[in-house]
Design a binder for this molecule. Structure first.
Ligand SMILES: Cc1cc2nc3c(=O)[nH]c(=O)nc-3n(C[C@H](O)[C@H](O)[C@H](O)COP(=O)(O)OP(=O)(O)OC[C@H]3O[C@@H](n4cnc5c(N)ncnc54)[C@H](O)[C@@H]3O)c2cc1C
Length: 103
């Protein structure tokens, strides 16, 4: 009799997620509405399909940041949107990434 391994007990059901692809389609400024469009006073656009400058889609942070932009932009709070972490242009992290992928 064959031993039952942990992998043998695994149940894997592939699932197509067509809507996920839409996040990675080519985009350009103007494709997506600004979080608070010009002149808006009582509504905003949140989530992956609104424009959060320099941010990276397919992250929870993107959605959270758009919510912060909306709430802090429409209401009088002393809070500030969490800044984007600009690692893609920081030579220190680029060198570290190069080292990591060439290990
Ligand atoms: C497989 C997978 C893995 C991921 N892994 C990561 C990860 O490791 N790290 C990371 O940061 N991000 C990850 N993400 C991305 C992240 O999950 C999403 O970007 C984030 O959850 C989006 O949050 P959201 O609140 O904007 O939208 P959603 O979480 O999509 O929330 C939208 C909500 O609106 C509801 N809704 C839709 N239409 C209506 C309607 N007409 N009326 C009422 N309600 C409605 C939906 O049911 C849903 O609950 C992953 C996503 C997927 C699919």
């Amino acid at each position: 009799m064959r031993p039952v391994t942990e992998a043998g007990k695994a149940n894997c059901i592939p699932v197509a997620m067509p809507f996920v692809d839409s996040l990675f389609m080519p985009r350009t400024i103007g494709d997506r509405p600004d979080v608070i469009p010009e002149g808006a006073t009582n509504f905003a656009f949140l989530g992956q399909f609104s424009e959060a400058p320099k941010d990276c889609v397919f992250t929870v942070e993107y959605s959270v940041r758009t919510a912060q932009m909306a709430v802090y932009g429409l209401f009088d709070t002393d809070k500030e949107v969490h800044p984007m972490y600009d690692s893609a242009h920081n030579p220190r992290y680029l060198v570290a990434a190069l080292k990591a992928i060439s290990r």
